[in-house]
Design a protein around this ligand. Structure first.
Ligand SMILES: Cc1cc2nc3c(=O)[nH]c(=O)nc-3n(C[C@H](O)[C@H](O)[C@H](O)COP(=O)(O)O)c2cc1C
Length: 721
């Protein structure tokens, strides 16, 4: 076989479902899904509640990754699925072949109950397991079971595949024997030269990335592009980004002639039809109509911006208030999504590198084709410029399947061979080193200048752009509350060791739009008039203030995890104001305000009080006014101050008795927001300790009690990875 597309097995259908409460099953299932794609499966990845999106009869194999939560309960994002499963009758799933990876913790009574129940029910319905169930234990380390289970899944799946040889058996594809010979010679020659140069020359500069300057794809083209793009309708001229040539050591490539486990080249489905009209310019501040959001898209203006951290802080955190023309209903604890565009210079740089002229970029096109990614379906008419701004993700590092595709379209044999190597099992270290540099799509084009990818392939194979979500820090009850939302976030911007500057998509864009205000008072004047595309994301886990205002609230949220609690506090301050007016009306005995409101405790953590005590003024004011009953501040990196070297869980320990009283005697609700791994686990463990120490529970009984509270929505967590 000479290595044409015929060498690749016909993709087999595989769907990976997950049910996850705190994200473990989700990320493990995503890993399986990505590996499946790389191995040539036509894979899909869904949360179990979206079970109806898949025609189970048409799937060759189903893989379920499910955790157990509460007291042996399935995660919230699978409850709809369980209702559906209960309703199914007879043996309606006889065609389904499946396997299950369960995640649980042997400290709990009902270890991996969800996985076990699912297994039983699927078999009752006639489905057949094709690979033994795996049950991973968080108590000893999930990876002990998960890693070997995934490793052995592939041979088990290959056994199910009837049509073609597995991808492992593939000869080195897409190179004729003559080509292979030439490539081998080139590699050997390069390797000899590299070795010679190591001996002859002084150590290379530590900078492993450098701006691309090659005449074929670098400055010459970019100079042209600057001229080309100058008449685009942009607010101010933007110079296309240059991209970086990523310098990676390919010396190990010479040791591997036969490459295995190469992913399948993604199918080509998308067609671009040039509608042959210059698109009418969009209204200033509007966004393309193809953007799809789960709740209505709203155009917000920036009312107010404040930088919460000084220059010497580790992170730059800003608080932004958005304003709307009409009322928007929301509750404290909800979040909102922002649909940010890619950095404009990067978009222009990519279009320039793809040789798209300014005229072509601003002409209307229609995207169509069978089986194209769902985010591209609605593109009836849009400009390429808008598609690259809003529809595709230019900054997420590539997956192996993309690298494989780029190899396919590299005309230079050395480029092709390097890309093939990175996509293979043998090149995994080089692939990881490449990804570690966070290459943008533009960097890839500059690093491998002979890649000549048709535009349709670029658009359909780049990941879809995703909205970014932020917790609302304001209350709808405050003045004009329904017409404003606030949020606070860290601006993602960092330098790689090689001296290259990288930026997130949404937060630097917002920071730029808001004028990069300096640390200090909130700025309300002279702000941009540009409207921003946002939409509401109601909280699905009831992470909202209790409706019974007398119920005490314990809030634990270090860093930007405090965001939703600022909304809770603003809301409670408003509730108190209203009550204050009411209680003093009438002839009855005067009532005390605090009789109507339960305690509010906040555990907040920062590194240095002067550098990253976010919302300090507001917190202190709430404390003074009695809205906040107790403020516990943990200061992890500052010396000689109260609570120095402490984290929130340490302060919970010292306040254990009071916390237990609030929980036990007054029925307090507990809220945790922030980092899922480190902080949330430590806080959970500390709650167990408090129940053991002050409530006289056995450890297991304490764990069970916390599960019960999680079920009753009395212990709520809003976490991110
Ligand atoms: C509040 C809570 C309740 C839990 N209840 C159980 C349980 O009843 N049985 C079990 O095996 N594991 C239980 N676990 C452990 C989780 O299943 C385990 O940590 C798993 O890795 C979480 O996966 P996920 O992030 O996908 O939800 C519980 C964990 C938490 C935090």
């Amino acid at each position: 076989m000479t290595g044409s597309d015929n060498a690749v097995p016909h993709a087999e259908h595989l769907t990976v479902f997950y049910a996850s409460q705190t994200g473990n099953s989700e990320s493990i299932s995503r890993n399986i899904y990505e590996q499946a794609q790389e191995r040539g499966f036509k894979a899909q990845h869904y949360v179990l509640n979206d079970h109806a999106k898949v025609d189970w009869d048409k799937e060759d194999c189903l893989v379920f990754v499910v955790s157990t939560t509460g007291d042996g309960d399935p995660p919230d994002n699978s409850t709809k699925f369980w209702r559906h499963l209960r309703k199914l009758k007879g043996v309606g799933l006889t065609k389904a072949k499946y396997t299950i990876l369960g995640l649980g913790d042997t400290n709990y009574d009902n270890f991996c109950q969800t996985a076990k129940r699912l297994d039983t029910r699927l078999q009752e319905l006639g489905a057949t397991p094709f690979y033994p169930r795996g049950l991973a234990d968080d108590a000893t380390g999930l990876e002990e079971i998960v890693d070997p289970w995934i490793k052995n899944l592939w041979p088990a799946l290959a056994h199910q595949v009837v049509s073609a040889p597995t991808i492992h058996d593939l000869p080195q594809p897409h190179l004729t024997p003559e080509e292979k010979k030439v490539v081998k010679e080139i590699i050997q020659k390069q390797e000899q030269e590299r070795r010679k140069s190591i001996v002859a020359s002084p150590p290379a500069s530590p900078k492993s990335l450098s701006p691309a300057t090659s005449a074929t794809n670098g400055h010459d083209l970019l100079k042209g592009a600057i001229k080309d793009f100058s008449n685009l309708t942009l607010a101010s001229p933007v110079i296309p980004a240059e991209g970086y040539k990523i310098d990676i050591d390919f010396s190990t490539m010479a040791d591997h002639v036969n490459l295995t486990a190469l992913p399948r080249v993604p199918n080509a489905n998308l067609q671009i039809v040039d509608l042959d009209i210059t698109a009418a310019p969009r209204a200033p501040g509007s966004v393309p109509s193809f953007i799809q959001t789960p709740t209505p898209l709203l155009m917000a203006k920036i009312n107010k911006v404040q930088c919460l951290t000084p220059l010497d802080a580790l992170k730059r955190t800003i608080a932004v208030e958005f304003g709307f023309e009409d009322d928007v209903d929301y509750a404290p604890g909800d979040a909102f999504g922002i649909w940010a565009p890619n950095n404009e210079a990067l978009v222009l740089g990519v279009l320039s590198a793809l040789n798209v002229s300014d005229t072509a970029a601003s002409k209307a096109v229609r995207l169509h084709g069978q089986g194209i990614p769902s985010h591209l379906q609605p593109v009836e008419s849009a400009t390429l410029l808008d598609i690259f701004r809003y529809s595709v993700d230019l900054t997420t590092p590539p997956k192996k399947a993309n690298i494989r595709l780029y190899a396919e379209h590299a005309s230079d044999l050395a480029d092709k061979q390097k890309l093939m190597f990175m996509a293979s099992k043998q090149g995994v270290d080089v692939f990881n080193a490449f990804r570690a540099q966070s290459p943008t799509f533009l960097d890839i084009l500059h690093t491998f200048p002979s890649i000549n990818l048709p535009l349709a392939r670029v658009i359909e194979t780049l990941p879809p752009m995703q909205p970014r979500y932020y917790s609302i820090t304001s209350s709808p009850m405050s003045k004009n509350g329904h017409r404003r939302w606030s949020c606070a976030f860290n601006v993602i911007s960092y330098d790689l060791p090689a001296g290259v500057h990288r930026r997130g998509v949404c937060t630097p864009w917002l920071d730029d739009l808001a004028g990069q205000v300096p640390f200090g008072k909130a700025v309300t004047t002279g702000l941009t008039t540009q409207r921003l595309p946002v939409f509401l994301k109601p909280n699905e886990t009831k992470f909202n203030l209790p409706s019974d205002t007398i119920k005490p609230v314990i809030m634990i949220g270090p860093g930007t995890g405090v965001a939703p609690f600022m909304g809770f506090l603003e809301h409670r301050a408003e509730q108190r104001l209203i009550k204050k007016r009411l209680v003093n009306i009438g002839s009855g005995p005067r009532q005390h305000l605090d009789d109507h409101f339960g305690d509010m405790w906040l555990f907040f953590g920062c590194r240095h009080r002067e550098r990253d005590w976010l919302f300090r003024e507001q917190m202190e004011a709430y404390r003074r006014d009695g809205v906040l009953t107790e403020l516990q501040l943990a200061v992890s990196r500052e010396e000689n101050v109260p609570n120095s070297g402490k984290y929130v869980q340490d302060l919970m320990r010292t306040q254990g008795k009071q916390l237990w009283n609030l929980i036990h005697k007054k029925g307090a609700a507990i809220y945790v927001c922030g980092d899922a791994k480190g902080m949330a686990k430590a806080v959970h463990d500390e709650l167990v300790n408090i129940l053991v120490e002050h409530g006289e529970y056995e450890k297991m009984a304490a764990i069970m009690e916390l599960n019960k509270w999680a079920q009753e929505k009395r212990y709520l967590r809003d976490l991110w990875a």
